[in-house]
Design a protein around this ligand. Structure first.
Ligand code: G1P
Ligand code: ZN
Length: 543
């Protein structure tokens, strides 16, 4: 086996976004495109010589091809050990756990999360550091800088490794371990949650549906929910990961997980419904005829963490991304624990978790997690809810309504305008920023503006500053409107508008969310002149 040095020219579009580099498969499949980026990663982390790396992905189209290229490059550059999920499969949280458990130096996770998969769809690659979490901006920016200079990369001239069989082999001088992608993760979950109590729940006839959406969580959910916890076979549906995710869009929300949502709001609804996304880090939680917003889910988990073995000593603090509703802040205040507001993206939670400042983290975008790994974790959230249902002997709806009575309700919605003209979207944001000048103290739609700014964050651990993280319009009554442009899309721009208001009165906890927020929704449209500027009448997705 010889090491080849391949000459190439730099690509100028390899800047990692909110969560790694995401592009169409046909972009990644161009000669040298993936290899250049991987070389940029290796160079940015001072090479891989003598290191142990974890490697796996969500099973989407191009997953296998990418793994073979990355493995041969790592082996050519002195990597000591590669730990790869069988079949190239590793959910994002399972990869994060493996990096930590095996004390690896880092890992490469191949996924474009919930973005559709297939030859004409998306692919992605993300580097995670030794704590198991996404590389911080300092590293992603170094990767980007390096990607603009790359003129060659080194790769082993060898046959493909057999990803289908567990065991160890050599690739050049690199030891390659093909492991069961589920076992270590399942063991961690059994340690955090009261499996006997959840098993007793299922043995008593409790009904559930988990929709794996033809993506990576199928094997994990089958092994844990059906095989270990005793849910009846068939509880986990769409459980076989397909390279095109069955043609679907595995984003667990009421729009894209419509099959599950339809069931949960029908007369045939089981007691509990849940779904996860392409790479297994997102979750959606539903009760019978009842949807739990991700922001509420974070608050409920925080308020009830002591019911689980893994968190029975209580939590140290909570972190949420800025656009996530302030429901968790109220819990933190009552519990007397720290509460942090970070920019969008899981990478901003890493330092807080490593420093032991927070235990639970969450984002409104169906992401919840804790210090057990350094990624958000879809199945973890589902098991957490099952543990709460078993411990509290209440339905999902009873748990959430009880939470609102105790803490008040934060009505919350996000309106997404997808694939809009990028220039128009940037113009809209610029106009909104201009509109913020001198706004404080003025009254808009009956509310007094308390602050109007572009969110910036100073990491309390390393002091790094991230600016330009979203335009906030906050009012004295605690309500908010936030505008930001997505950093994960691959076509045009996606405008996200986040709207929230607090309602302390339990008599008013039954309103339809869009109706409860109607005046703020109208104000948001007026502030940004949204419909006219981007030529859209209605949002594409409302969550
Ligand atoms: C979106 C979500 C964000 C999440 C990210 C990765 O990013 O809004 O909360 O961390 O996906 O799953 P965005 O497209 O808004 O930049
Ligand atoms: Zn994801």
């Amino acid at each position: 086996m010889s090491i080849q040095t391949v000459h190439s020219t730099p690509f100028d579009d390899q800047r990692p976004g909110t969560s790694g580099l995401r592009k169409k498969v046909r972009v990644f499949a161009q000669p040298h495109y993936l290899a250049n980026f991987v070389q940029a990663v290796f160079d940015a982390i001072d090479g891989v010589s003598g290191k142990t790396l974890v490697l796996g992905g969500d099973g989407r189209y191009f997953n296998d091809t990418a793994i073979q290229i990355i493995a041969r490059m790592a082996a050519a550059q002195g990597c000591a050990r590669l730990i790869i999920g069988q079949g190239g499969i590793l959910s994002t949280p399972a990869a994060s756990h493996l990096i930590r458990k095996r004390a690896a130096d880092g890992g490469l996770i191949l996924s474009a999360s919930h973005n559709p998969a297939g030859p004409d769809e998306d692919f992605g690659i993300k580097y995670n550091i030794a704590n198991g979490g996404p590389a911080p901006e300092k590293i992603t920016e170094a990767i980007y800088a390096r990607s603009r200079e790359i003129r060659e990369y080194r790769i082993l001239d060898s046959a493909d490794i057999d990803l289908s069989a567990r065991g160890e082999t050599n690739l050049g001088d690199c030891r390659v371990e093909i492991i069961d992608p589920v076992a270590d993760y399942a063991e961690l979950m059994a340690h955090l949650f009261d499996f006997p109590a959840i098993k007793a729940l299922f043995d008593g006839g409790f009904t559930m549906r988990f929709d794996a959406m033809h993506a990576v969580t199928g094997p994990y959910a089958k092994a844990i929910i059906e095989d270990r916890l005793g849910a009846v076979p068939g509880t986990v549906v769409n459980a076989v990961p397909l390279t095109d995710f069955g043609g679907g869009h595995p984003d667990p929300n009421l729009v894209y997980a419509e099959e599950l949502a339809g069931l949960m709001f029908s007369s045939a609804s089981p007691a509990f419904g849940a779904a996860s996304d392409g790479d297994g880090d997102r979750n959606m939680i539903l009760g019978k005829h009842f949807f739990v917003t991700p922001s509420d889910s974070l608050a409920v988990l925080a308020a009830n963490a002591h019911h689980t073995p893994g968190y029975h000593l209580g939590i140290r603090g909570i972190a949420r991304s800025m656009p996530t509703s302030q429901a968790a802040d109220r819990v933190a205040e009552v519990m007397g624990v720290e509460c942090h507001e970070t920019p969008t993206g899981w990478k901003f939670f890493g330092n807080l978790l490593d420093a032991g400042k927070v235990t639970l983290c969450g984002e409104e975008s169906f992401g919840t997690g804790s210090d057990h790994v350094r990624e958000k974790d879809g199945l973890w959230a589902v098991l957490f809810w099952l543990n709460l249902i078993a411990a509290r002997k209440e339905t999902v709806e009873q748990i959430v309504r009880g939470h609102w009575r105790r803490f008040g309700r934060n009505y919350y919605t996000r309106h997404d305008y997808e694939g809009v003209d990028a220039v128009a979207a940037k113009g809209l944001m610029a106009a909104l920023a201009a509109r913020q000048n001198g706004l404080v103290g003025q009254t808009l739609a009956g509310r007094v503006v308390a602050y109007a700014d572009d969110f910036s964050y100073t990491d309390p651990v390393d002091g790094s500053v991230s600016t330009g993280q979203g335009l906030r319009f906050g009012f004295e009554d605690g309500s908010r409107i936030v505008f930001r442009l997505s950093g994960t899309g691959t076509v045009g721009a996606t405008l996200r508008v986040y709207i929230e208001r607090f309602e302390p009165n339990p008599e008013l906890h039954d309103l339809d969310t869009q109706a409860a927020l109607a005046d703020l929704i109208a104000l948001a449209d007026e502030l940004g002149d949204v419909r006219a500027t981007i030529s859209r009448n209605v949002p594409d997705v409302i969550t």
